[in-house]
Design a protein around this ligand. Sequence first.
Ligand code: SF4
Ligand code: SF4
Length: 234
Amino acid sequence: MPTPVKKFTCLRCGACCRTFQSENSAKPGSFVSPITYLLNEQHLSLYDWEVKGFREELAKINAGRKVLPSVAFIDLKNKRLIAVNYTLDGENCPFLKDNMCIIYNKRPIACRQFPCVPSQADVLFNYRTFHYNINDLCGFERIDNTLRKRLEEIKDDEKAIKKVLEERYGEAYHYNVRAHRFNKVLSRFINELEQKGEVKLARRGDNLKDIPSKIKGFGIVNVSDLNKDLFFGE
Ligand code: SF4
Ligand code: SF4
């Protein structure tokens, strides 16, 4: 008999907001995928279009915190960085009060996805399949083993994995599906720009040891400013 998987219930322990994990293992100043470069360590990841609203919320509470570009394409042709992700600096969130999020209805997509976070390999390299890592930072995941057991039973059956994740995480799962779709569209868009010769991207493996000094003078644009039709989805 298959292991019944418990539905995710947030314990309101605040662990995910009090101590951010670094969202990827690459070090700032290196490539996180063949064409995306890490400018600042990612703690709380923000899509470029989320930054303005998030900064406004930080200003309201005088948080004294910064939002920095984190992941960008390096466009050698136009001498600019094309930012796809930003991050809150520091390793905790100033919006956590008494273990509650005070901007709950405006919280970033990264928070809406948690703890249903697809693996880094999926996000960065392979938009076709959906891999999943259980997030051990989450208080609920630490005490409930039913998903682990069920995933063991269904192994690589992608359809069954998606069904189980949807049952467990509900809305958080759907945010991940949309993020997954968005990444595909973004990837297609940047490839098309490159094919048309409108950008020339720096790539991991190119002889680019001088990148940190080279990009110092580069301007920065947001990818959503280059294409207003990039759409995260309802
Ligand atoms: S915005 Fe809210 S949910 Fe997100 S990390 Fe901060 S306190 Fe937690
Ligand atoms: S760590 Fe998990 S259980 Fe705790 S507040 Fe965050 S989502 Fe909820």
